[in-house]
Write a protein that binds this ligand. Structure first.
Ligand code: C2E
Ligand code: MG
Ligand code: MG
Ligand code: MG
Length: 283
C-alpha cells in the first residue's frame, strides 16, 4: 500500500520496517545470551487457599533482568516462542523452580507447591516427560510439590499425545492446571478427558466481576461445574475485597492476585511465608 503513495512514502515505510527488524534481531541476540549471563530470573507469586487463608504454593513467573531494566514475560515470551528460545528458557525456569522449592523445604518452610508455566512448544517437545522426571529426581523435589500450568491451546494439537503425556505426568504424581481458562479454544470435553487438578479462571473474568453481571454468571458457573467434576478452582488477578468476598461465597478454592501480593523475588517470598507462619503462631 505504501508503494502506491509514491517513492518517498515507500522508502520511509521500508526504512521503518528495516529499523524494526534490526531492533528485533538485536533483542533476539540479547535474549539468546541472557540465559548464559544469568539475566533470566524467576519471581514468585503466592497462591492462597480460601478455606485456611494460608499460602499453599506459588506461581513462578519469569523475568528478564536486562541491563536497561526489568522486562516482563509479555514483552519477550512471544519472541522466545518465535525463535525457539522458549525451550531452553522454559526448561531452565522449570528446573530453577524445583531447586527453589526444594531449598525452601530444607529451610523448614511449610510444604509448598510450585506452579510452572509450560508453553505449547515446550509441552510438545520430544522428551518433555523425561525432562520433568529427570529434573524432579535431580533436584529431589517431591513430584506432588510440582504443578504444571498448561493453556487450553496445548490441546489444539495431537489429542492422543496430550492424553498420553498428561497421564504419564499424573502417574508420576505431578499436578496439572489449566491456565487462563475461558480465553482459549475452550472445550468442556477436554476437561472431562484430561485429568487436570485445577482450573485457573482467567483474570479477564475476575477484573469486572462485581460490576459485570455476565462475568458474575460465568465465574459462578465455572466454580459450580468444577466442583461437580472434582476439579479445584483458582481465581487469577484478584485485586479487591469485593472480588475476594464473591469468590469465597461461591466456594472458589484458591486465589492469586495483587490483593495478597504481586510476584516477588525469592528472598521476599520466603519472608512473606515465614511472617505468615509467625502471625499464625502468635494467635
Ligand atoms: P499467567 O500465567 O496467567 O500469570 C499470571 C499473570 O498475571 C502474571 O503476569 C501476574 O503478575 C499477573 N497478575 C497476578 N495477579 C494480578 C492482579 O491482581 N492484577 C493484575 N493486573 N495482574 C496480576 P506476568 O508475570 O507478567 O506474566 C504474564 C504471562 O507470561 C503469564 O500469564 C504467562 O502466560 C507468561 N509467563 C510467565 N512466566 C512464564 C514462563 O516461565 N514460561 C512461559 N511459557 N510463560 C510464562
Ligand atoms: Mg500461569
Ligand atoms: Mg494465568
Ligand atoms: Mg492469565
Amino acid at each position: 500500500r505504501a508503494k502506491e503513495k509514491g517513492g518517498n512514502t515507500f522508502q520511509l515505510y521500508y526504512q521503518e520496517m528495516n529499523h524494526r527488524s534490526l531492533e528485533q534481531l538485536n533483542l533476539e541476540n540479547q535474549l539468546r545470551k541472557a540465559l548464559d549471563k544469568s539475566e533470566i530470573t524467576v519471581f514468585y507469586q503466592p497462591l492462597v487457599d480460601l478455606k485456611t487463608g494460608s499460602i499453599t504454593g506459588m506461581e513462578s513467573l519469569v523475568r528478564w533482568k536486562h541491563p536497561q531494566g526489568m522486562i516482563s514475560p509479555g514483552d519477550f515470551i512471544p519472541l522466545a516462542e518465535e525463535t525457539g528460545l522458549i525451550l531452553p528458557i522454559g526448561n531452565w525456569v522449570l528446573r530453577e523452580s524445583c531447586i527453589q522449592n526444594k531449598k525452601w523445604e530444607e529451610q523448614g518452610l511449610p510444604l509448598l507447591t510450585v506452579s510452572v508455566n509450560i508453553s505449547v512448544n515446550q509441552f510438545h517437545q520430544p522428551g518433555f516427560v523425561k525432562y520433568v522426571q529427570q529434573t524432579l529426581s535431580e533436584t529431589g523435589l517431591d513430584p506432588h510439590r510440582l504443578c504444571l500450568e498448561i493453556t487450553e491451546n496445548v490441546a489444539m494439537k495431537n489429542v492422543s499425545y496430550i492424553m498420553d503425556t498428561l497421564s504419564k505426568l499424573k502417574e508420576m504424581g505431578v499436578q496439572v492446571s489449566i491456565d487462563d481458562f475461558g480465553t482459549g479454544y475452550s472445550s468442556l470435553n477436554y476437561l472431562k478427558r484430561f485429568d487436570v487438578d485445577t482450573l485457573k479462571i482467567d483474570q479477564s473474568f475476575i477484573r469486572e466481576l462485581t460490576t459485570d453481571e455476565d462475568n458474575e454468571a460465568i465465574v459462578t458457573a465455572l466454580i459450580a461445574m468444577s466442583k461437580q467434576l472434582k476439579i479445584k478452582t483458582l481465581a487469577e488477578g484478584v485485586e479487591t475485597r469485593e472480588q475476594l468476598e464473591f469468590l469465597i461465597a461461591k466456594g472458589c478454592d484458591q486465589i492469586q492476585g495483587y490483593i495478597f501480593s504481586r510476584p516477588i523475588p525469592p528472598e521476599e517470598f520466603a519472608l512473606l511465608v515465614t511472617n505468615q507462619q509467625n502471625l499464625f503462631n502468635m494467635n
